[in-house]
Design a protein around this ligand. Structure first.
Ligand code: ADP
Length: 388
C-alpha cells in the first residue's frame, strides 16, 4: 500500500478490497488470481479456494481466452489506471457456464512482494437488459411509425383516384345536364363539386405529410439567407396583394439541413403570418437568436391576430383550424403539422409564443450547428439578430 512514496504489502490490499461493496480480484504478473473478495466469489459462482491460484482466464469464455491473455500481457508491459466508466465492457463466465456482460476497471498495484493488477468488476447484466429493451422498444416504435406513414400514404394516394372521378363526373353532370336540373338540383351538384375539391385538398395535405415522414432528407450546408430570399421572391405577389412588409435578419446562418424542406417551413410560417393578420400594416420578422448549446433558434414573428394560449399545441394537430372553414383565406389545417414534422425530422423542435391581439412568434430549431457563422453565433449571447 503506498502511503506517500511508501509501498504497502499485498495483504493490506486484500484487507481493503474485502470491504469494497463490489467484485474485486487481484492478479499477479503471470495472470494468476491471488485474491478475490466475497462479491467476486458470488458474481462468478466460485469459492475463494476455487478462484485463487487459477489463471484469471477461467472467468472469461473459452472463445475470448486467447485474446484476453494477449491484452493482459500488453497491459502488464504498460500498466496504467483504467477507471470504471472508461473501462471495457467484456463478457464474463460464471462457474455454471452462463455468460454475462461486465465492466472492468483496472489499476496496477506495486507492493513489497511485487507488481499486481487489481480489477474492479461490475455486473452489467441489468444495464444490458435495459439497453436491449430500450433498443427493441425504439425499433418497434420506428416500425409502427413507418407502418402508419405507409398506411396514410397508401390510403391518401389510393383514395384520390375515385375521388377525382366523382369530382369529374359531377362537373360533367353540371355541364351536360345543368339545363334539365332546377336551381336546387344545380346547387346540390355544385356543393358536391366543392366538397370533392375540399376532400382532395385534405388528401393532398395528408399525402404531403406522409411524404415528409417517408422521404430521405437531402442534408447539405444551406445558406438560410439565400433560401429565405428565394422563398420571399416566390411569395412576392401574395405579399404585395396583402400589403405585407417582411424584414429579415441580415445574418441568417448557413446550416446543414434539407433546404427544400426547411424552405417549406419558412414559406408556411410567412404565409400564415400574413393570412392570420387583420392589421392594416402587416409586418413579419424573420430572424434567429442563440439558444442553448450554441444552437440557433429561428423565428417568424407577426403583428397578426394572435392565438389563445390554450390553442398553442392544438394548432399543430393535423386538420385543426381555429376559424370557420373559409375565414382568413381558408386552408386545410395541415400546414403547421407538416412544418413541425419537417423540424422534428431535423431533430429540432417547433413551438409558438402568442397572445390574442399581440401577434405570434413561431420558433424552431434544427438541432444542427451552423457550419459557417460560428463566430456570429458565439457573439450572439441570446440577443435577437439585427434586421435589415
Ligand atoms: P391552415 O392555415 O391551413 O389552417 P395551419 O396548420 O397552417 O393550417 O394552421 C392551423 C391554425 O393555426 C390556423 O387555422 C390558425 O387558426 C392558426 N394559426 C396558424 N398560424 C397563425 C398565425 N401566424 N397567427 C394566428 N393564428 C395562426
Amino acid at each position: 500500500m503506498e502511503v506517500g512514496a511508501q509501498k504497502g504489502t499485498i495483504s493490506q490490499y486484500f484487507a481493503v478490497t474485502n470491504a469494497v461493496p463490489t467484485a474485486v480480484i487481484i492478479v499477479d504478473a503471470a495472470g494468476e488470481i491471488v485474491f478475490a473478495n466475497a462479491y467476486a466469489e458470488q458474481l462468478f459462482g466460485y469459492d475463494y479456494l476455487e478462484l485463487t491460484h487459477k489463471p484469471v482466464e477461467i472467468l472469461v469464455p473459452l472463445s475470448a481466452r486467447g485474446a484476453h491473455t494477449k491484452t493482459r500481457r500488453a497491459y502488464a508491459n504498460t500498466p496504467s489506471s483504467r477507471p470504471m466508466g472508461k473501462g471495457r465492457v467484456v463478457i464474463g463466465l460464471h462457474k455454471n457456464g452462463t455468460e454475462f456482460p461486465v465492466e472492468i476497471g483496472l489499476s496496477p498495484i506495486s507492493t513489497h512482494e511485487g507488481e499486481y493488477v487489481m480489477g474492479v468488476i461490475f455486473d452489467m447484466s441489468v444495464q444490458a437488459r435495459q439497453a436491449k429493451m430500450l433498443h427493441d422498444y425504439a425499433e418497434a416504435l420506428e416500425h409502427s411509425n413507418r407502418d402508419l406513414n405507409d398506411f396514410s400514404y397508401i390510403v391518401s394516394h389510393d383514395l384520390k383516384e375515385p375521388l377525382r372521378g366523382i369530382g369529374s363526373y359531377s362537373t360533367f353532370l353540371l355541364e351536360d345536364y345543368g339545363r334539365v336540373l332546377d336551381d336546387e338540383g344545380k346547387d346540390k351538384l355544385q356543393t358536391l363539386v366543392r366538397l370533392t375539391r375540399r376532400l382532395e385538398d385534405f388528401l393532398d395535405s395528408l399525402l404531403f405529410y406522409s411524404r415528409v415522414g417517408r422521404a430521405e432528407l437531402a442534408m447539405q450546408p444551406t445558406d438560410l439567407a439565400a433560401l429565405v430570399h428565394d422563398i420571399l421572391d416566390s411569395l412576392a405577389e401574395f405579399l404585395r396583394e396583402h400589403g405585407a412588409q417582411v424584414n429579415v435578419a441580415r445574418d441568417l446562418p448557413t446550416v446543414v439541413c434539407d433546404g427544400t424542406r426547411v424552405g417549406e417551413v419558412f414559406r408556411n410560417l410567412v404565409a400564415n403570418a400574413v393570412k392570420y393578420n387583420d392589421n392594416s400594416e402587416k409586418g413579419v420578422e424573420i430572424g434567429w437568436k442563440q439558444g442553448p448549446n450554441n444552437q440557433p433558434v429561428f423565428y417568424v414573428r407577426d403583428n397578426g391576430i394572435g392565438i389563445p394560449k390554450k390553442h398553442h399545441e392544438k394548432i399543430f394537430s393535423i386538420f385543426k383550424r381555429l376559424h370557420a372553414r373559409d375565414k382568413y383565406g381558408g386552408g386545410t389545417g395541415a400546414g403547421l403539422t407538416i412544418c413541425r414534422k419537417i423540424v422534428e425530422r431535423h431533430s429540432g423542435n417547433m413551438w409558438v409564443d402568442s397572445e390574442p391581439g399581440s401577434g405570434s412568434t413561431f420558433y424552431f430549431t434544427l438541432s444542427v450547428p451552423p457550419v459557417i457563422d460560428q463566430t456570429t453565433i458565439a457573439q450572439g449571447s441570446g440577443e435577437d439578430h439585427e434586421l435589415d
